[in-house]
Design a protein around this ligand. Structure first.
Ligand SMILES: Cc1cc2nc3c(=O)[nH]c(=O)nc-3n(C[C@H](O)[C@H](O)[C@H](O)COP(=O)(O)OP(=O)(O)OC[C@H]3O[C@@H](n4cnc5c(N)ncnc54)[C@H](O)[C@@H]3O)c2cc1C
Length: 488
């Protein structure tokens, strides 16, 4: 194991028993022990952890990544990365390793209303500016490749198999002490900055008292199927003709991932009513593949935290909120978080407080847009409610007639565009297209009034989201106060 300790490595530390421990969850060692010091400890070496560590190290931070154990192939998680995420990985020098590990190009999405539909294609190339190609590969290969590529860089130490047990809160600018279990022993390090990249179930976020707004949980079940014939290879596929959406895309030259959404109490057996949404010959390939390949599952629960900064803790990636996998924005957001955090902190010599507040502010708008977009998209594509059937009609009408509309939707879905105002504008345009559908078969005449009412109510709810939350306004006010204080 390679180490890049800074000045504290050879200095005898203060008696550790005097370090704060109450409520921190961090066991404090007794007696004088030599403690390593890093500028930042990144807890979790998944996509968010690896990319945040790489971005911080590029700015001169000496970083320790602690990764308890990367996921196996049985874990169902992100595999399709939109172009903005791929571009940011490229800038960090981490895209080439993914290509070398077998990553396949992705050119956009195609949505299939039923098994006979040829599909509505939404290409990345229609997004104004930016690169038009994403990348996909199996999650376990992706995380392993990123962590190994990050480990090889200067300023980065990785403790694989290292589970962080807790971190003491930093008191008046002093570093935190972090306890890491490695096998049978517990090691201690100090760091000025602690980054929680622990995923959804972040303990450090919880210990810092950060509240979350949680959605209802559901399950995803999936298979990687060799040789399955997707209608449009190199595109993400969304099949919406069944009771819940089905996602499918290539994860290697020869293999296709398919994922079904199921309720928490539903059996993970895939019945004919779900499969009926798939076109032939893909459906046949899926039935064959499900019988011959192992099943992967995931419990999913969308949530939004009230903030992502507490004292010297910064929360990144899924630990800072997640949104329905249908929009495949999780990994792009993880990578953007790493880049945002490093850009806000500037370098290891700059005081943390102002940088962390900048991070909070830089992230809150994009997270608000993403949290609104995910559920809105899932409802618009999949809900059987009259208002949403009407909206769906408007969405497809907009997409079929307007390359600009397709580009705007893909800009939002891919995270290239993260403005809530743009999202609200696009929603209003889709609503206008939807109203034309009244009486044309999208909704029956007798459903027209409840459909329009439902649409108005949903639009009003969304419009509320355009306003920053109380927490966001508070963070902005505190940030402004901090900047005034610093100038004096
Ligand atoms: C079914 C499904 C499909 C998805 N599809 C897509 C998609 O196509 N595209 C997309 O962009 N996103 C997708 N996502 C979302 C994507 O998977 C996540 O956004 C992404 O994996 C989050 O990465 P992360 O690094 O934040 O968290 P995680 O991947 O959860 O990684 C956290 C890491 O922290 C480690 N850890 C936790 N606690 C500790 C500790 N105390 N000490 C040390 N290590 C610790 C864990 O071992 C883990 O490796 C999907 C998600 C699901 C569930």
């Amino acid at each position: 194991m390679q180490m890049h300790p800074t000045s504290c490595e050879h200095a005898p530390t203060a008696p550790l028993a005097s370090a704060p421990s109450a409520g921190s969850g961090c066991p404090v060692p007794h007696g004088a022990v030599e403690t390593l010091h890093f500028d930042a400890v990144v807890v979790g070496g998944g996509i968010a952890g690896s990319t945040t560590a790489a971005a911080l190290a590029d700015r001169g931070f000496k970083v320790l990544i602690c990764e308890a154990g990367l996921p196996s192939k049985k874990r169902l998680a992100g595999e399709l990365l939109h172009p903005p995420g791929a571009a940011e990985l490229d800038a960090l020098g981490l895209l080439e390793p993914l290509k070398a590990a077998g990553g396949v190009p992705v050119y956009g999405f195609a949505i299939f209303k039923n098994a006979a539909d040829p599909g509505t294609v939404l290409s990345y190339s229609e997004i104004p500016g930016g690169r038009p190609i994403g990348i996909a590969l199996e999650h376990a290969v992706l995380t392993r490749t990123l962590l190994d590529a990050t480990r090889a860089r200067p300023n980065i130490t990785v403790w694989e198999g290292g589970r962080v047990l807790g971190a003491t809160p930093s008191v008046v600018g002093s570093p935190s002490m972090v306890a890491v279990r490695m096998g049978e022993s517990v090691r201690h390090v100090t760091a000025r900055l602690i980054v929680s990249a622990e995923g959804r179930a972040s303990k450090l976020r919880e210990e810092a008292g950060i509240q979350t707004h949680d959605e209802a949980p559901f399950r995803m079940v999936g298979w990687a199927i060799e040789g399955a014939r997707l209608p449009l290879p190199s595109y993400g596929h969304v099949f919406i003709g069944g009771p819940t959406p089905i996602l499918a895309y290539q994860v290697s030259k020869d293999s296709v991932r398919i994922m079904f959404e199921l309720g928490m109490d539903e059996s993970t057996e895939i019945g004919p009513e779900l499969l009926a949404a798939l076109p032939e010959p893909f459906r046949r390939d899926v039935i064959r593949g499900m019988a011959n390949s192992p099943k992967a599952t995931a419990r999913f629960q969308g949530f939004r935290p009230e903030r992502v900064v507490a004292n010297n803790l910064a929360v990144v990636g899924d630990a800072g909120g997640c949104v329905h996998p249908l929009i495949a924005s999780g990994m792009s957001f993880c990578i953007a978080d790493g880049v945002r955090l490093a850009a806000s902190l500037k370098d290891p010599a700059t005081p943390l407080t102002e940088g962390l507040q900048s991070y909070e502010m830089a992230r809150s708008g994009p997270m608000r847009t993403r949290s609104a977009l995910g559920p809105a998209m899932v409802e618009a594509l999949c809900s059987k409610e009259p208002s949403m059937r009407l909206l769906r009609h408007g969405l497809f009408r907009y997409w079929s007639g307007s390359p600009r509309g397709r580009g705007a939707s893909m800009g939002l879905l891919s995270t290239r565009e993260d403005s809530m105002v743009v999202m609200a504008r696009e929603y209003a345009i889709v609503c206008a297209h939807a109203l034309v559908g009244v009486g044309t078969g999208a909704v029956a005449r007798r459903e027209a009034i409840p459909a329009i009412r439902g649409l108005v109510q949903r639009t009003a709810e969304l419009a509320k989201g355009v306003m920053p939350s109380r927490e966001e306004l508070e963070a902005r006010a505190l940030g402004a106060l901090g900047r005034v204080g610093a100038r004096r």
